[in-house]
Write a protein that binds this ligand. Structure first.
Ligand code: BEZ
Ligand code: MG
Length: 582
């Protein structure tokens, strides 16, 4: 956020601020948001299809022999690579206008493609940007295939075939930008071979994200975090071939080693003089789905931690060793107990239940949500030093001690489709573990999320991510008009975004007051909007108003007393009308 300043700034300073503001606006404008829900069996509309194609075209795809359209254009204009341009654009006007030129040419090419076809786009790009047909044709050939697949849907037919017990062709599960081979939809989604995780590509990509993360923490705190808690999910690691796993390995300073069958079954330590920084202690909090799908990877992560703990290295360069030795030295802990870092639910159990407790307003004490997280997730996985398998042994004390050292929490976000206020699972996990750390470490951790799909692997704080999601979705007319087309369900979607935002207040305190104020103004204090919501779905409308009042009541939202009074009156009227009292 750019804070307003009282003192008039000199012109250089003013330019810098205007550029920074412009950058923020661009980021919100260019964020790909789903404008409405997917309707089973229906293909995306023209505008949404063009947006997806633009994003697909903005990444290099060596497997398809194509380069990023942004890079092709930047290169022909004699500019640096688009990543570099993006970074420079935040600093100086010239780079910003260069970036705008590239963006405009890319949009022009995609528009020509969607209206007149691939050959027209190839010619357009040659005339307007000097990109040769030879360079751009492979990309438009790919886009033509993607576009055709986006334009057909066999979902309904496939469902019927599945119900008849017939064969369905398999297809990978992923994000379309991440992997366009997920198309066509309506196939039998398959996962991956867990032994391939993390892939080489995931390991390379993870390097960038981890460096950005550590760099940011260093710049803001003057040193690296000594211990971090990571959230690892199953479906995300399928989609990214193990990007989250690879990030954990990088933080520890180890790399996967493949056996004769090309399976990642071992790790190799990266020497400190290559790593050039301390090894970070990592507590892994893992979903039940990950545990079920990636048993072999759970073992790899546990082995990685234990190998690092055993290295004969100085304590200030190896925080895992430092913490394990300290814990053993304090007495009462064996090496095995002090080195437990891989935690998930008890076998057969899933989820943290933090989301249910938040949605049901069932907690009173500030510690309850974090304690619930630990109760659900304190089961250890791996092997002890004798090689005996530990498969979900309750280890609450080990988890308490590991979390007590954590200074930063983190989750890898790998999709454009689902953000941190779209579903309750992000706050139940990343919020839940952050709340557990807050009590045990007696300080709120820094909470980070990555955006590994952005070309420059951005790292954002939870505060920044909540602001961005709120501006791009919850308060964006394009988004809410999109979901309101779905009537009853649309109002439920809006309410659910507000409740998920509230979940971030409950677990991390990362939601600014203005967010609730603007939500109230947009959906409740605007009479026409309130009438629409009430007519479409009075239950969700009442829940939404109730949630805003709860945010105020719990001290998450410092609001103008007039606003609160008005909300209370509206809430009572909504309740009365639902109960049939007028
Ligand atoms: C998972 O993929 O592990 C996951 C999916 C949804 C909610 C929580 C975890
Ligand atoms: Mg769910």
């Amino acid at each position: 956020m750019i804070e307003p300043q009282e003192k008039p700034a000199d012109s250089t300073e003013r330019d810098r601020r205007v550029l920074a503001l412009y950058e923020e606006l661009l980021e919100i404008e260019q964020r790909l948001i789903p404008t409405g829900l997917h309707i089973f069996g229906r293909v995306p509309e023209q505008g949404a299809r063009a947006d997806m194609l633009r994003m697909v075209a903005s990444f290099p795809r060596p497997e398809a022999g194509t380069r990023a359209l942004t890079d092709l254009v930047a290169e022909k204009l004699g500019l640096s690579a688009y990543d570099t341009l993006l970074k420079a654009a935040a600093q100086d006007r010239r780079s910003l206008s260069d970036r705008e030129r590239v963006d405009a040419l890319v949009s022009g090419a995609i528009e020509t493609f969607t209206t007149e076809g691939p050959e027209a786009a190839v010619a357009w790009l040659e005339t307007n940007a000097g990109v040769s047909a030879e360079d751009s044709r492979p990309l438009f050939t790919l886009l033509e295939k993607v576009s055709a697949q986006l334009n057909t849907s066999s979902e309904l037919e496939s469902l019927v075939r599945a119900l008849r017990g017939e064969y369905l062709e398999p297809g990978p599960g992923a994000d379309i930008v991440q992997n366009p081979n997920i198309l066509p939809t309506g196939r039998n989604t398959h996962a991956i071979n867990p032994y391939t995780v993390p892939s080489e590509i995931a390991f390379t990509r993870a390097y960038r994200a981890v460096n950005r993360l550590l760099e940011r923490h260093f710049n803001e705190n003057g040193r690296y975090p000594r211990a971090m808690a990571l959230v690892l999910w199953g479906l995300d690691n399928i989609k990214t071939q193990g990007e989250g796993v690879a990030q954990a390995l990088w933080l520890l300073g180890v790399r996967p080693v493949r056996d004769a069958l090309n399976r990642a079954t071992e790790v190799e330590v990266i020497p400190l003089d290559k790593l050039n920084r301390p090894r970070i202690d990592v507590v892994m909090t893992i979903s039940g789905i990950f545990r079920d799908l990636f048993g072999t990877t759970m073992g790899l992560l546990d082995r990685a931690v234990r190998s690092v703990a055993e290295l004969d290295e100085p304590a200030e360069m190896n925080y895992v060793r430092r913490h394990v030795l300290e814990q053993v030295g304090d007495g009462g802990s064996t090496f095995d107990d002090a080195a437990v870092r891989v935690f998930s639910n008890a076998p057969g159990n899933y989820g943290t239940n933090v989301n249910f407790m938040v949605m049901g307003s069932e907690w009173e004490n500030d510690d309850t949500l974090g304690d619930l997280f630990v109760t659900r997730k304190c089961f250890a996985y791996g092997r002890d030093s004798e090689g005996r398998a530990i498969e979900g042994r309750e280890a609450r004390l080990c988890m308490d001690r590991a979390l007590a050292r954590v200074e930063a929490t983190y989750q890898n976000i790998d999709t454009f489709e689902i953000g941190i206020t779209d579903v309750d699972h992000y706050f139940e996990y990343l919020g839940g573990v952050s709340k557990a750390v807050e009590k045990r470490a007696r300080a709120r951790p820094a909470v980070y999320l990555s955006d590994t799909l952005s070309p420059d692997a951005k790292i954002r704080s939870i505060e920044e991510t909540v602001r961005l999601e709120t501006r791009a979705k919850t308060l964006n007319p394009k988004w809410y008009e999109g979901v309101l087309r779905h009537g009853f369900r649309g109002v439920a979607e809006i309410e659910s975004h507000v409740t998920n935002t509230f979940g971030w207040s409950a677990t991390t305190g990362a939601v600014d007051d203005w967010i609730y104020t603007e939500v109230a103004k947009t959906y409740v204090l605007d009479q026409a909007m309130l009438d629409r919501l009430r007519n479409l779905n009075p239950h969700s409308a009442r829940l939404l108003v109730g949630r805003l009042l709860e945010a105020h009541g719990r001290g998450f939202w410092v609001a103008d007393s007039h606003i609160i009074e008005e909300l209370r009156e509206i809430f009572t009227r909504l309740e009365d009308s639902l109960e049939g009292v007028f």
